[in-house]
Design a protein around this ligand. Structure first.
Ligand code: ZN
Length: 319
C-alpha cells in the first residue's frame, strides 16, 4: 500500500465510520422537515406468500452506543449481529445481502490485502467471526443448493452486507444505481470494498421512478409480480438503500437493512451516528415510524438490532 498511515485511518473509519458532523439535529423528538403523523399510508394489496424466511447471522460487531444512535452513550459498547436473510419461494431462493466476508474469520489479508489487514488488525478485533459463519458455508450447512439462489438484493453496499457477493455471481443482483456506484467507487473511507462488485456481476438496477407508493414509502417494486416480495426505497444511511417487504406464512416482515440500526432509531425517532444525508435519513426514519405506529402487525427488522435478532427465528429455523 502506498500510504500506511492513510490506510490506518481508512480502516478505522471503515469499521467505525463516525463521520464528522454526524450528531443529530433532530434528536429528542424535535420536529424535522417531515412529521410522521402527516404521512399517508397505502395498504399492501393481497398477494402470494413466500415459503420460508431464514435469518442467517454471519458475525457480530462491538460498537459504541453513540455510533448507533445520536442519543447513545459513547462509553457504552454494544455487541450487534451482522445477519443476512434467505427467502425461499417456489423452490428457489432470494438472498438479502451477503454479510461479512468469510476471509475475515480466517485470513483477513485475502479480503483486505496484506498491508491493510495488518494495519487494521486492532480494529478487526471488534469483529466477532468464526470459520463457517459466512453465508456460503451456512448455505451448505442448510443443505441448500447455492445454484438455487437465483437472486440477491443488496440493501446497501457497505462491506458488512456485501462480503460474500463473489460467491453468488451466478445470481442476479438487485440494487439501485446509487448503491452500485457507491460499492464500486465509494472507497474504503465510505465503508465500501470495490472487489465485492466485480464486472462479471449480473445487475438488475432498481428504479423507483414512476412506481406506486406503498405503506409510507414513496415507491415500490413488486419483485416477482405476485406481491410476495416488495422492494422499497429507504435512502439516507447510504444513498440508494432499499428495504425488503416479505409476505411470510406468519405475516409481513420489513427488512430495513441499516435504514435504522435498531428499533430505537424508529421508535423515538432518533438519527443514527452514520448517514449520508441527515434530512433524507430522518425522512426515512419518519416513514418507518409512521408504519410502526399505524400497522404494528408489520414486523420491522433492522439488520443490527440485537433484541430483534434474539427474538427472530435464525437458521436452521425459519419464519
Ligand atoms: Zn450494516
Amino acid at each position: 500500500m502506498k500510504n500506511p498511515a492513510r490506510f490506518a485511518l481508512i480502516f478505522f473509519l471503515l469499521l467505525f465510520p463516525l463521520l464528522a458532523g454526524a450528531h443529530c439535529q433532530y434528536n429528542e423528538g424535535a420536529a424535522g422537515p417531515v412529521r410522521y403523523a402527516d404521512l399517508s399510508l397505502v395498504p399492501v394489496p393481497d398477494g402470494a406468500k413466500v415459503d420460508r424466511l431464514i435469518a442467517v447471522n454471519t458475525g457480530f460487531g462491538r460498537v459504541e452506543e453513540s455510533h448507533f444512535a445520536a442519543d447513545g452513550d459513547p462509553h457504552k459498547t454494544m455487541v450487534v449481529p451482522m445477519p443476512v436473510y434467505l427467502i425461499e419461494r417456489q423452490g428457489k431462493y432470494l438472498l438479502v445481502d451477503t454479510g461479512l466476508a468469510g476471509a475475515l474469520a480466517t485470513d483477513p489479508s485475502r479480503y483486505l490485502g496484506r498491508t491493510a489487514a495488518c494495519l487494521a488488525r486492532n480494529e478487526l478485533k471488534r469483529l466477532i467471526m468464526r470459520p463457517g459463519w459466512d453465508v456460503p458455508a451456512q448455505v451448505q450447512q442448510l443443505n441448500i443448493d447455492p445454484g438455487k439462489i437465483t437472486d440477491v438484493v443488496i440493501t446497501h453496499s457497505h462491506f458488512d452486507h456485501t462480503g460474500a457477493n463473489r460467491a453468488f455471481l451466478h445470481a442476479t443482483f438487485h440494487l439501485t444505481p446509487e448503491e452500485l456506484r457507491a460499492g464500486r467507487s465509494g472507497g474504503m473511507l465510505g465503508g465500501y470494498i470495490s472487489d465485492d462488485f466485480p464486472g462479471a456481476m449480473t445487475v438488475a438496477k432498481l428504479d423507483f421512478a414512476g412506481t406506486k407508493p406503498l405503506l409510507a414509502f414513496e415507491g415500490s417494486v413488486d419483485l416477482y409480480g405476485d406481491g410476495s416480495v416488495y422492494l422499497l426505497p429507504l435512502p439516507g444511511h447510504s444513498p440508494g438503500a432499499v428495504g425488503v417487504l416479505v409476505r411470510t406464512q406468519h405475516g409481513l416482515v420489513l427488512l430495513v437493512g441499516d435504514a435504522a440500526y435498531t428499533l430505537h432509531n424508529i421508535e423515538k425517532p432518533v438519527l443514527m451516528g452514520v448517514y449520508i444525508d441527515a434530512d433524507i435519513c430522518w425522512d426515512t426514519l419518519c416513514r418507518l415510524k409512521r408504519l410502526s405506529v399505524a400497522d404494528p402487525e408489520v414486523l420491522i427488522w433492522p439488520s443490527h438490532d440485537s433484541q430483534v435478532f434474539e427474538e427472530q427465528p435464525t437458521a436452521p429455523d425459519a419464519l
